[in-house]
Design a binder for this molecule. Structure first.
Ligand code: BG6
Length: 505
């Protein structure tokens, strides 16, 4: 007789936050409109947004509550109109301009009025700056001057500030930004967002590594040949020239998303699943990355920019881009982590825009078996074991093994063990931003970036930016056709080590 199917064992813990007023600057911009506010709606549909919580949009655009609600409604699913309309009723709009202090007085009055609307006043408040990096200091200055960042002594109501990356543009500017922020708020009031950290598949790195006994014994230089981390995008600039021309890909994605994933893959096990313990290990790991040698940069860092290809315009033809700009849209690098665990193991990282496919993954390629009894006449024909953590577009985990295949007695080949998150019935992953907004309301910094790890990341990459700026001829900007795999020089980076970028999972 078959035993009844058992639900898989699970340990889930979700906490509902207290009431909060969430104030979004840049509220009519793409990020707030398409990601942040819709993520709050996801929380609402899961019963994780307190009934008294309110959402205030702020920006320079001349909206009122009605037109702001209509704008947001466009980005919400309309499967449950009554629930959607109830959610939209939580929204209001205040026009603010950081050059006009009176607009912040009006915002303060509006927020004070919201506090009197419901019983558990005064509310907690989150100020989320979904604005370009240059707006951060003016906005924080205005918020502080209007008294909006001050927590009332004796009250539990908190004031949190959420900031989007990049945090500074190099070591000096990041330190100056920190000093400025700390002159207005405590470190624990600041939530620095790197949305990659909140993707379920990225969170899974810690679970996979530290909730299983299988991996840790082989997760080191004795067994791992090399690691590849890829974040490839098929999209181009998407009308963000104003920001991207200042940032470039290294600041936009490499110094944060890729380095954070590297830190999670390579760090030592934290003793507890807490923000401080995790951040401390990440910082130690980033500090252990071998500094790039300025006079041999080209041997370990490749930068590129897309040219026209496959009917798509080149970067220099995108609207708003400066003529003859040297801004990079692609970076590949080879890094070493100088500690016992990773001695001699190369980490190859690459990220770029307008590549052939959208694909983010982390692949740990294991060493070959020390002796193959199966094919002594043709050694090294066995594919090395590879563990791939696929972040997007599909979210899955693959372990490539060698196994007996049907056929002759000696018939051996690849056996991929495959797990897709979509196989988990009812898999309905909330957007990364829903997780982040929930955690800001819960005062949980685990999935945010701490200022000292950012400083360590800038210590690593500022010398690269310096060489690009001061001695560009020593590390030229390679071009690659839009829709291709990236510059040839990136392939050479691995070819010199007798390796190649992975092309499929
Ligand atoms: C952002 C970058 O942080 O991440 C964008 O600023 C990039 O340039 C985006 O397109 C990619 O995010 P995702 O979640 O679509 O991979």
């Amino acid at each position: 007789m078959n035993a009844p199917a058992q639900a898989p064992a699970r340990f889930c813990l979700e906490v509902s936050p207290a009431p909060c007023v969430l104030v979004f600057f840049g509220a009519t911009g793409d990020l707030a409109r398409r990601k942040l506010v819709p993520s709050l709606y996801q929380l609402e549909t899961r019963g994780l947004l307190h009934a008294c919580s309110r959402i205030v949009g702020c920006g320079r655009s001349p909206h009122d509550d009605t037109s702001f609600r209509a704008l947001i409604a466009e980005a919400l699913p309309d499967v449950a109109p009554a629930q959607r309309d109830a959610f939209l009723n939580r929204l209001s709009y205040v026009r603010t301009d950081d050059t006009d202090p009176a607009t912040f007085t009006r915002l303060a009055e509006h927020l004070a009025a919201l506090d009197t609307l419901e019983t558990p006043a005064p509310f907690n408040r989150l100020y989320y700056l979904a604005t370009p990096p240059a707006s951060c200091q003016p906005l924080v200055t205005r918020l502080a001057a209007a008294g909006l960042l001050t927590e009332t002594p004796g009250s539990d109501a908190w004031r949190h500030l959420a900031l989007e990356k990049p945090f500074g543009a190099d070591t000096a500017s990041a330190a100056a930004l920190d000093a400025f922020l700390h002159s207005h708020v405590r470190e624990d009031q600041i939530f620095r967002v790197d949305h990659y950290l909140a993707k379920d598949t990225v969170q899974n790195i810690l679970m996979l590594r530290f909730a299983n006994i299988l991996f840790e014994p082989v997760w080191n230089a004795h067994y791992i040949d090399h690691v590849q981390i890829t974040v490839a995008e098929s999209v181009g600039l998407e009308n963000r020239a104003g920001y991207f021309e200042q940032a470039g890909l290294l600041r936009d994605m490499f110094q944060n998303h890729l380095l954070e994933m590297l830190a999670l893959v390579a760090m030592e096990p934290p003793a507890t699943f807490t923000a401080d313990a995790i951040h401390a290990e990440k910082k130690k790991l980033i500090q252990a990355i071998r500094p790039f040698l300025a006079d041999a940069l080209e041997t370990c860092v490749v930068r590129g920019q897309y040219a026209a290809g496959k009917g798509l315009p080149g970067y220099q033809d995108e609207p708003g881009v400066r003529p003859a700009t040297q801004t990079e849209t692609y970076v590949a690098a080879k890094l070493f982590v100088d500690n016992w665990r990773w001695h001699g193991v190369p980490f190859y990282l690459r990220a770029g825009k307008r590549l052939a496919v959208r694909e983010s993954e982390i692949a740990l390629v294991f060493k070959p078996v020390p002796h193959s009894m199966f094919d002594p006449a043709a050694p090294n024909t066995l594919t090395p074991n590879t563990l791939t953590l696929r972040v997007q577009p599909q979210e899955n985990v693959n372990l490539l093994l060698q196994a007996k295949l049907p056929g002759p007695k000696l018939c051996i080949g690849d056996l991929p063990l495959h797990f897709a998150f979509s196989d988990l019935g009812a898999w309905d992953a909330p957007d990364a931003y829903a997780r982040l907004l929930l955690d800001v309301m819960l005062h949980d910094h685990t999935l945010f970036v701490r200022s000292d790890t950012i400083a360590a990341a800038w210590q690593l990459f500022t010398p690269v930016l310096d060489v690009w700026r001061n001695a560009p001829e020593t590390c030229p900007l390679h071009t690659y056709p839009a829709g291709s795999e990236g510059p040839d020089a990136a392939a050479d980076l691995l070819a010199r080590d007798g390796r190649a970028w992975r092309t499929e999972v």
